[in-house]
Design a protein. Structure first.
Length: 435
């Protein structure tokens, strides 16, 4: 059982919404920093440990700056993500470029800023060499295929489009080592995998580390390559549901250390630096989507409609994901009602919650002015970032609750002008007023 917290009460929310109307995301800076420090403390058993925050989880420069100041690097998969990481002050090898199906221009930029290129496929060795030249340090992404169980979100590794097979990856290190003879590059090598998403099981993640450590030994035995670092990827889960438990970082780090000692120390390959690419677990529980209940509808089911919709948060619609919802001011009220909590998109899967037990909600329509707030929890990762504009829906903005208790807007809500911004309307008759 975990408890869901939200750093503000109803009165504070009322005050904030005078300036920033709902819906909006809000992130808790203090809680994020404390969480980052817990992660670093647990993994300090590995001297040069670094987490490369998966930018896609929360691509806001203010958040990235906070993480950079705490010593985190970034994991990027596109040119704009590289630009964000760089602007946040992350430099060179603090940035992993874990892309797939990558255009040459993006490899070029990653190389230019000294990011670690993490190749996704054997054919990309030649592609990279031809288009950009090989870098000094190169990382390869492993797909274990049928030997590793996947999980619900990412699917089975053997059905996943990412990475090299075991046979390919050993051949690739041999090839790269040969290419790097004499004064040629590469000279330094790293290994990566990403096999799960939102996985709460500590033994599962330890098993992934063990699999990579054993592979490191095999690579060394077959090719003579000594790895400089092993990146365990992302995919550590968060307890979205009340009956789930958060991952114990200490238990996880100690478990990984134990297999490291057995396999890496044991085979004389130490030191190999340990890296992770966590996104969700870093910011997920410390961000919320705050909306207001605007309409109530009673047909075959009872519905509460919010002023946010799946364009702001699509995880429930995309994965059937559970997000806990609380009603500020009614935290301790009995859960007397059962509602589908929905948004305004013309898609019937635009539902934040289905048949959810909640206290009796008062909507703006009923109240004649402002209805109840609805706080959607665990929205701090893969939330606003997955938003979209279907149906002409404008995505909401983002606020940051600073460590001193002040509120800053770190992204404004979209306007119709943003929606039309990519169109050249200046010469299209009738549309001039939208240009
Ligand atoms: C999405 C992703 C991550 C981050 O995953 P989380 O579940 O947010 O920890 C890390 N690495 C890669 C390659 C990814 O695609």
């Amino acid at each position: 059982m975990n408890t869901k917290y939200f750093p503000l009460d109803k009165t504070e929310l009322e005050k904030i919404t005078q300036r920033y109307p709902t819906p909006f995301y809000i992130y808790d800076e203090k809680a994020i920093i404390e969480n980052v420090r817990r992660i670093k403390a647990a993994f300090s058993v590995f001297p040069s440990y670094k987490n490369h925050f998966a930018v896609k989880a929360l691509p806001n420069p203010y958040i990235l700056k906070i993480l950079a100041a705490e010593g985190f690097g970034a994991d990027c998969a596109s040119y704009p993500e590289l630009l964000l990481a760089e602007a946040a002050g992350m430099k060179g090898e603090d940035i992993m470029f874990t892309s797939n199906e990558t255009p040459a221009s993006e490899y070029n930029y990653a190389q230019k800023i000294g990011a670690v290129i993490n190749l996704d496929d054997f054919s990309h060795i030649e592609f990279l060499e031809k288009k950009c030249g090989l870098p000094e340090l190169i990382s390869l992404r492993y797909n274990p295929g049928p030997i590793k169980e996947g999980n619900a979100i990412i699917g089975k590794p053997e059905e996943a489009k990412y990475g090299f097979t075991r046979e390919q990856i050993v051949q690739a290190y041999a090839l790269l080592k040969k290419k790097g003879e004499g004064t040629s590059l590469p000279k330094r090598f790293a290994l990566h995998t990403m096999v799960a998403s939102n996985e709460l099981s500590v033994p599962y993640h330890i098993e992934t580390a063990k699999m990579l450590f054993e592979l490191a030994v095999e690579i060394n035995a077959k090719t003579g390559v000594r790895l400089e670092f092993i990146n365990l990827g992302g995919g550590v889960g968060i307890p979205y549901k009340l009956d789930q438990e958060a991952v114990d970082y200490n238990l996880l780090a100690c478990g990984i250390q134990k297999v490291y000692n057995e396999i890496i120390e044991g085979s004389g390959l130490a030191p190999i630096s340990i890296r992770t690419e966590w996104g969700r677990v870093v910011t997920g529980p410390y961000g919320w989507l705050v909306a207001r209940a605007v309409h109530k509808k009673e047909i075959y089911r009872n519905y509460i409609a919010l002023d946010a919709c799946m364009a702001d948060l699509m995880r429930p619609a995309l994965y059937g994901a559970y997000h806990h919802i609380t009603i500020p001011g009614k935290e301790n009220a009995p859960l007397d009602e059962t509602y589908d909590v929905v948004g305004s998109l013309c898609e019937n899967n635009d539902k934040f919650a289905i048949q959810r037990k909640l206290p009796k909600v008062v909507t703006s329509a009923e109240a004649g002015n402002d209805g109840d707030f609805a706080v959607i929890h665990d929205a701090g990762a893969h939330g606003r970032a997955m938003g979209f504009n279907y149906n002409g829906k404008l995505r909401c903005g983002e606020l940051l609750l600073r460590t001193d208790g002040s509120i800053v807007q770190i992204r404004r809500p979209e306007t119709p002008e943003d929606y039309f911004a990519t169109l050249d309307l200046s010469s299209l008759k009738g549309f001039e007023s939208l240009a």
